[in-house]
Design a binder for this molecule. Sequence first.
Ligand SMILES: Nc1ncnc2c1ncn2[C@@H]1O[C@H](COP(=O)(O)OP(=O)(O)O)[C@@H](O)[C@H]1O
Ligand SMILES: [Mg+2]
Length: 332
Amino acid sequence: MATNEEAVMWVEKYRPKTLDEIVDLKDIVDSLKAFLKNPKTMPHLLLSGIPGTGKTTVALCIARELFGENWRTFTLELNASDERGIDTVRERIKDFSRYSRSAFGNVPFALVILDESDQMTGPAQTALRRIMETSSRTSRFILICNYSSKIIEPIQSRCAIFRFSKLDTKAMVKHLEAIAKKENVTLSPEAAEMIVEYSEGDLRHAINALQTAAVYRDGVVDEKTVLQVVGEASPKQVQMMLNKALNGDFIEARKIMYDLIGSYGFSGSEIVRQMQRELLKLSYISPEQKAELSEIIGEYDFRMTQGANSDIQLSALLAQFGKVGKLKGVTN
Ligand SMILES: Nc1ncnc2c1ncn2[C@@H]1O[C@H](COP(=O)(O)OP(=O)(O)O)[C@@H](O)[C@H]1O
Ligand SMILES: [Mg+2]
């Protein structure tokens, strides 16, 4: 365990302990609360979706709300990639069934939380299905996965399925601001938004980025700090600039360009190099279009190496992109 304050991971420190503290996910939380009002009605659950959105946290909150402080006694937490695997599940469920009903209080079952269950092989899933069937009197399962489609149908049909998608950006920003306040970190609104945008709905990622940035500049987190710690933030910006330009939104594209130069201090040729790299990644553009756009980039790169003013050249380059985008009906 970490001994000094610095080493404490904020994702753990600020992991919600009750369903009421969960960020976003109102519909999911409401349905779960309805089950918890009368635990006997609680079915097996399958929590599925992208990482960092609260699946494990929600499962642990359920355990706490069912069993209170002694939740660990009645909860088996297992990672499906754990080598102990399915045999442990079987053994522990035998233990659980030895508890008298009264030991669970008014909850007539123990809980098995099986993380990364989509990593289980087909045979292991079949074995799990059988265990779920035979232990249904004494156990409830919460299966957690990224892709519910990788879970065999007979298991899916035994579970209430909850889908976790990207968390709401505003809710994420608010959460980061609350953490920053508690940690005495000065977080600019722009930096918070940038972290959230870069995290693509993954709150674990956002909190980690905030913590890294805060350590980096001793408690001051602005856009520059964010860029320095999440080095990939600039490709994001460049991609956005390309998208805007190709969609004919010249003004917005140019605004991003000025941001890249002004706030982050990239040189014109650096931006051009990044444009070239990001262009190749764009999936909605045909190889022919990429070749054509590359040629345009090359021309403007040359002009800049010849000493032409880079702001003006970059603006002209973005305008050219707009023309090609329009001509070819490029949209995304
Ligand atoms: N919806 C959420 N509400 C509050 N905190 C969250 C939420 N989602 C993620 N987190 C934060 O991110 C960390 C990781 O979340 P976790 O539940 O393990 O994600 P998942 O299991 O979906 O990958 C948590 O400890 C918590 O700090
Ligand atoms: Mg998890």
